[in-house]
Structure formats: structure tokens, C-alpha cells
Ligand binder design. Structure first.
Ligand code: PNS
Length: 176
């Protein structure tokens, strides 16, 4: 019988609890799920592709049908090379819909036989985004509810000096 392979592509900078929730859901309905991290993005990333890969590998070790890979170029070409029949994307709120619809339809134009499957993460993660996680962490806010401990630890490592500076400067000013 044919195994159904799905690609879950994204930037994952950093991976969030919402991403993990979607991976868990996807792994239940597809035979194999490939988390595919986009390389060669023009965005300046917070974490290198290698760091993101390592984090996601750690986080998904318990799922036997999930593996992590990286790709560049067109996602539809990568999906074809992997023998995937579907692409998995998460939709959190109506605001995601327009962008996701556009991407799904363009991908369909490029490769009609590749289906895009949308899944919704748990409600409690519907407001979590990598961009806001980066911003909160950078400003020294708590991200425990938004990212797994492994990612939180890495974020702390990345931003600790900034957090220290931000919290020390006003205190010093107050003393004067
Ligand atoms: O997590 P993101 O940043 O929303 O993921 C976007 C991603 C990586 C899925 C998308 O940018 C993508 O597939 N890029 C690869 C290049 C490509 O195929 N572009 C055409 C999209 S219609």
C-alpha cells in the first residue's frame, strides 16, 4: 500500500508550541511527516538553520514517523523529490487565511497533484507566532507558555545580555 508522505514547511524561527501541536496532529493522520525548514531566506534569522533543525529534532524525537529536513528553491519541487502527496500548513485565525489561500492556490498552479492540507492548532496556541515570540524574548518577557523548554533555554541564551542591559539601565538611572 502507498505510504502518504506530507511536508510541513516553514521558517520555524523559533519552533513554537503551536508548531509542535500541529506536528503531533499531522503525525496521526499521515504515514510520514517531514518538517522542512526553509534555507536561503532573505529574512535575517534569529537561529541558524542548523540550530532550528537541532531543536526540532529534539522536540520530535518521540514521533517515530516524523523527520526533519531543510530545503531551498520551490517547495513544490522539494515535495516532489520527497515523494510527498500533501503539504501541511496551520491556520490559527482568519488573518492567516488570505496568505495561506494564496500560497496554496499558487502551489496548486505550480503542481496540481500536490494537495495543501490545513489543520488548526489547539485553541490555546491560536495566538502564538514565531515573530511575537522573538519580540517578547528580545524584550525580556516570559515565553514559557509559548515555546517548549528547549527553545526557551536557547532564547534565554540568545537574549540574556540584552535582558540584563534592559533591566539594569533604568535601575542605575533611578539611583542617580
Ligand atoms: O513559516 P513561514 O515563513 O510562513 O513559511 C513559508 C514557506 C517556507 C512555507 C514558504 O515561504 C515557502 O514555501 N517557500 C519556498 C519557496 C516557494 O516555494 N515559494 C512559492 C510559494 S507559493
Amino acid at each position: 500500500m502507498k505510504r502518504t508522505i506530507v511536508i510541513y514547511p516553514g521558517s520555524f524561527d523559533p519552533p513554537t508550541k503551536g508548531h509542535l501541536d500541529l506536528i503531533a496532529r499531522g503525525s496521526k493522520i499521515f504515514d510520514e511527516l517531514i518538517v522542512a525548514i526553509l534555507r536561503n531566506t532573505d529574512k535575517a534569522p534569529l537561529f541558524s538553520v542548523a540550530e532550528r533543525r537541532e531543536m526540532i529534532e529534539t522536540l520530535t524525537a518521540e514521533f517515530k514517523n516524523v523527520r526533519v529536513d531543510t530545503f531551498d528553491g520551490l517547495m513544490v519541487d522539494y515535495a516532489e523529490r520527497m515523494g510527498a502527496t500533501a503539504v501541511l500548513r496551520g491556520i490559527r485565525a482568519i488573518s492567516d487565511y488570505e496568505y495561506e489561500l494564496q500560497m496554496a492556490l499558487l502551489n496548486r498552479k505550480l503542481k496540481p497533484e500536490l494537495e495543501t492540507v490545513f489543520m488548526m492548532p489547539a485553541e490555546k496556541y491560536s495566538y502564538v507566532s514565531s515573530r511575537l515570540v522573538r519580540e517578547i524574548a528580545q524584550l525580556g518577557g516570559p515565553v514559557t507558555a509559548l515555546v517548549p523548554p528547549v527553545v526557551e533555554h536557547r532564547l534565554r541564551g540568545r537574549f540574556d545580555p540584552a535582558i540584563k542591559l534592559a533591566s539594569e539601565t533604568p535601575a542605575k538611572k533611578r539611583k542617580k
